[in-house]
Design a protein around this ligand. Sequence first.
Ligand code: NDP
Ligand SMILES: O=C(O)C1=N[C@H](C(=O)O)C[C@H](O)C1
Length: 252
Amino acid sequence: MIEVAVTGAGGHMGREVIEAATHRDGMAVVLAVNRTAVDPVAGHEVEAEADLPDLLDDRDPDVLVDFTLPDPSTRYVEACADAGVAAVVGTTGFSDSQSAVLADAAESVPVLRASNFARGVMALRRAIREAVEAVPDYDVELTETHHNRKRDAPSGTALTVLDDVDDARGDDGEHVHGREGEQPREDGEVGVHARRAGDVTGEHELLLAGNHEVLTLTHRAESRGVFAAGALDAADWLVGRPAGAYDFEDTI
Ligand SMILES: NC(=O)C1=CN([C@@H]2O[C@H](COP(=O)(O)OP(=O)(O)OC[C@H]3O[C@@H](n4cnc5c(N)ncnc54)[C@H](OP(=O)(O)O)[C@@H]3O)[C@@H](O)[C@H]2O)C=CC1
Ligand SMILES: O=C(O)C1=N[C@H](C(=O)O)C[C@H](O)C1
């Protein structure tokens, strides 16, 4: 039985993760914490996040799954490193210095980070790398659309895809965020567009155009359950691994 702790238990993703873990064979939620007080989630009492270090010692989970914000997430992963608990991090929007804190923690415990836990996005990323290599001189534009509550822009997935495009092209192309004014498009630049509206779960589209043709590669998440399932697959895979920094692709 894999025993799971969930931070951000009152958030949209935290609730999905608790619900999915509760109904998953071979998994049990032994700890749920949140910053503000919330009613039980899927029958699990939600504890105060301030008590996390003591709660980790007391409940001794195998793995913690975090979908919150960069600042609390880094604190939670540091607490995992102190307690010897593996961590799966779905939070996005980390600064370089916050990422360095996660990398430090990964020297003590296994830490798996992914900007997107949908398996379809893993497939999308492979398709994007292949397409960009096949038509390296085509114009590239990336558009992501998310719900109106989302704080970080561009999305974590968009930033990951931009890295994939740069890797496939073998350069650090200029990323142009939105456009305004009379500046024409420069060769090699990648346009990046972040839309926020309604309750869109998450959409990412890469458009490649040139030589009188247009190719689009799109992923659309239709439920947050897809992210929760992927994060729990990652948790399952991570338990028992040596300390280190892992990503979702490592699990395949
Ligand atoms: N990797 C992936 O596949 C996915 C990643 N995400 C990422 O997950 C994160 C959370 O998304 P979502 O669940 O929609 O967000 P929500 O806003 O619904 O939930 C945020 C959670 O973080 C907590 N929180 C906010 N501020 C603080 C703070 N200062 N200290 C401690 N806790 C805090 C909230 O607690 P409180 O209730 O007290 O406000 C809440 O539990 C985002 O970074 C998002 O980009 C989302 C979906 C998929
Ligand atoms: O905030 C969200 O909702 C999502 N965030 C992740 C991101 O920033 O890429 C993943 C997914 O698109 C949903």
